[in-house]
Design a protein around this ligand. Structure first.
Ligand SMILES: Nc1nc2c(c(=O)[nH]1)N[C@H]1C(S)=C(S)[C@@H](COP(=O)(O)O)O[C@H]1N2
Ligand SMILES: [Mo]
Length: 429
């Protein structure tokens, strides 16, 4: 690169700075002026123009095709991290490795799992869903019956109410982003509308709640207000186009847009219409919030606005100074994401990240912003705002409102600190 070009590049890089710590404007990044054009281009041009370094695959026929696709054997290999209760093996979670993923859809094999007593084996041919209680025509529907009803698809996140609960700890836990925030996934769910099924069976107007239970032996029984059931709940049959996976609730699960994971009852057994909540263990003990005044807040159904940075993040280190794209995920159970702000100086200054289109309701939204890492230490943090005007709180703000003995429903910020060697750690500000 000539001296003149270099000066021009650093001048444009300076112009494109949008916030402290080296956050840059996306437009400059794409135009290549900020990158200088010299980092990537000459290398890839050389490779493209030469036949000397071609791999052997160039010379012979390829391998067999399979009837079900598998991930590549070399390169990055995203996998879930499983953590089981030591005494009750069926009680546990598998975390989605968000620090290894891109885009906004979670591949089915990497969808998070939360089981209270393992994955039951269910024979789809014998399966029936009982629908009873305050209904004119109580019935049992087979999978075939459900298939004949109109189908709907929606891309939606599911987040466990216990996701990110390590963030309530006194010290910042040092693990990968996906193992802090990965009880969260996003898929296109296809199924039939619960309202269509209930309308067909004749709803008794006294019905105000619906109680869903599953076929696993964990006694997961959840009360959901009828208002929500009739608004947008799906009986989910397909996940990213293929039958719901056994760990996700095959043959049918509830999909309750924007609401906490426990309401998405898997391996559906029955739905009962009633005039009050059941107050099962999952309504009244688990997934409730201990408030600073000593009372418990129940039915915190809607997952609040939240975001975190997936790259860079602990374990996803920086090897040299220069331009990187900061990437992350944002979502809200209250609607869609309208804005994500990113800071590279621990919240002293903020810049708007680009939101990957289309931005869907109650779905994961990918955000990105270019960043020129000077080699100095930096504190990276993101903050999301949703279509209802809700702003993701800073961790300290959340602690002051919810108290420090909370366990569920953490939606505060997460800060990654980058040191001069480019290694990334989780910190509290
Ligand atoms: N029948 C049944 N449904 C269930 C559960 C369960 O253990 N049994 N776990 C719940 C919880 S706490 C969550 S967070 C979600 C997780 O869904 P996933 O495993 O498909 O990610 O399922 C919910 N539905
Ligand atoms: Mo959950």
């Amino acid at each position: 690169m000539t001296r003149r070009a270099k000066n021009k590049d650093s001048a444009s890089a300076a112009q494109s700075v949008v916030a402290g710590g080296g956050l840059l404007s996306r437009r400059k990044f794409i135009a290549g002026t900020a990158v200088g054009g010299s980092m990537f281009l000459p290398m890839s041009m050389a490779a493209a123009g030469s036949f000397e370094n071609q791999p052997d695959s160039w010379l012979s026929a390829g391998g067999e095709f399979t009837n079900y696709g598998v991930p590549p054997e070399t390169g990055e290999h995203p996998i879930r991290w499983i953590s089981n209760h030591p005494a009750v093996p069926g009680e546990g979670v598998a975390w989605t490795p968000h620090h290894q993923l891109h885009g906004s859809i979670t591949p089915n094999g990497l969808h998070f799992e939360r089981h209270h007593n393992g994955v039951p084996e269910i024979n789809a041919d014998q399966w029936e869903l009982a629908i009873h209680g305050l209904l004119e025509r109580p019935t049992a529907l087979s999978l075939e019956d459900l298939h004949r009803l109109p189908m709907h698809s929606e891309t939606l996140f599911i987040e466990c109410g216990g996701n990110s609960n390590a963030m309530w700890r006194e010290r910042p836990v040092q693990t990968a982003a996906g193992y802090i925030h990965g009880l969260l996934s996003c898929a296109e769910w296809t199924g039939v509308r619960l309202s269509d099924v209930l309308d067909m069976l004749g709803i008794d107007p006294r019905a105000t709640w619906i109680i869903a239970d599953g076929l696993d032996s964990s006694g997961v029984t959840v009360s959901i207000p009828m208002e929500k059931a009739l608004y947008d709940v799906l009986i989910g049959l397909y996940q990213n186009g293929e039958p719901v996976r056994p760990s996700q609730g095959f043959p049918a699960r509830l999909v309750v847009p924007g609401w906490e994971g426990i309401t998405h009852v898997k391996w559906l057994r029955s739905l009962m219409l009633v005039d009050k909540p059941l107050m099962s263990k999952y309504d009244s003990v688990s997934y409730t919030d201990l408030m600073p005044d000593g009372t418990f807040k129940r039915f915190s159904f809607e997952m609040e606005v939240k975001s975190f940075i997936t790259q860079p993040s602990p374990g996803v280190e920086l090897n040299e100074k220069g331009i990187y794209e900061i990437r992350g995920l944002a979502w809200s159970g209250a609607g869609s994401i309208t804005r994500v702000q990113v800071s590279a100086d621990g919240g002293a200054s903020w810049a708007d990240a680009e939101l990957q289109q289309p931005v869907l309701q109650k779905s994961l939204t990918r955000f990105r912003i270019p960043w020129n890492w000077s080699g100095a230490s930096a504190e990276l943090v993101s903050r999301a705002i949703d279509s209802q005007g809700n702003v993701q709180p800073q961790r300290q703000e959340l602690l002051s409102s919810k108290g420090s003995s909370a366990y569920y429903h953490y939606n505060g910020t997460t800060v990654w600190s980058v040191d001069e060697q480019g290694s990334v750690r989780h910190v509290y500000l």
